[in-house]
Design a protein around this ligand. Sequence first.
Ligand SMILES: Nc1ncnc2c1ncn2[C@@H]1O[C@H](COP(=O)(O)OP(=O)(O)OP(=O)(O)O)[C@@H](O)[C@H]1O
Ligand SMILES: [Mg+2]
Length: 314
Amino acid sequence: MEPALELDGVTKVFRTWDGKEFNAVDGVTLRVPRGQLFGFLGPNGAGKTTLLRLIHAFWPPTRGRLRVLGYDPATQGGELKARIGVAPQDNNLDPDFNVRRNLTTYARYFRLPRAEAARRADELLDFVGLKDKRREEIDTLSGGMKRRLVLARSLINEPDLILLDEPTTGLDPQARHLVWDKIRELRRRGTTILLTTHYMEEAELLCDDLVIMDGGKIHVQGRPADLIAKHVGRDVLELAFHPGSTPSVEDLRRLPGAADARIEIHADRAFVYHDDVESIAHQAKARFRLESSLVRRAGLEDVFLRLTGRQLRE
Ligand SMILES: Nc1ncnc2c1ncn2[C@@H]1O[C@H](COP(=O)(O)OP(=O)(O)OP(=O)(O)O)[C@@H](O)[C@H]1O
Ligand SMILES: [Mg+2]
């Protein structure tokens, strides 16, 4: 069987208000096998949503080749759309219809018989915990309920591939765990899932494989655990200093065991990345006036910040 996704040099050019061209997606080459839960991470404006839109044939690429579930989105958009489900970043629900009608109306695009559409709508409302809300108007739903309804809607055609653009943004912890369970359940059934998220914990927990994008380009690809091991190491030591007493990177590097550690200072905090930071923590406590010190396992957020920096995007 062909892979779920094959992208080769995919580029999307946009124009800014003053007519300058820029690559929102810039030469992306990527292969995702079927059945994977694959993540797209990256700062605001990295190009994640644009890339997903190219994948579900919302826009054609400016350059490059795509194959999605074996289809060419440029010429087989119709066939492709029948096999994929999309939960867009914005909750584009229809305010003129109630909760259940949003699903049954959407089912019509796939020419589902009325009875089958009704059956699936009820099943999906149950799946995302919105059964009791089925007769409510969209405007009366909370943000998290809308998010879950968008997820349900993306599943109405029983897709082989689903694109989830920030599915858990704005959800409370209960709803987030519910959505994680649902995503894992879909994956167990063999559905390929493309997911974007700004929650590194979520990506670490769910994704088989992921890319970190910035400026339209893929910076790294790998399994969460491999990326952490490769780019950060095992442990992180976070030191907070009393105001005005933050040492320099060189001072910290002189601590026994810290010579080959990666050290960063941000405001009154220092971050020491190393495979064994316990002894460095001990030395730091003896040598400096610390407000606090914390030893923790390195995570995907450390990888993300290392590769994309701490500067805010415009
Ligand atoms: N329709 C459009 N016309 C022009 N520029 C666009 C359009 N859509 C997105 N962009 C620009 O393309 C770039 C990538 O945007 P995109 O929405 O893909 O980012 P993203 O990675 O999804 O960010 P976020 O995490 O904030 O959702 C941004 O600079 C954005 O301003
Ligand atoms: Mg986006």
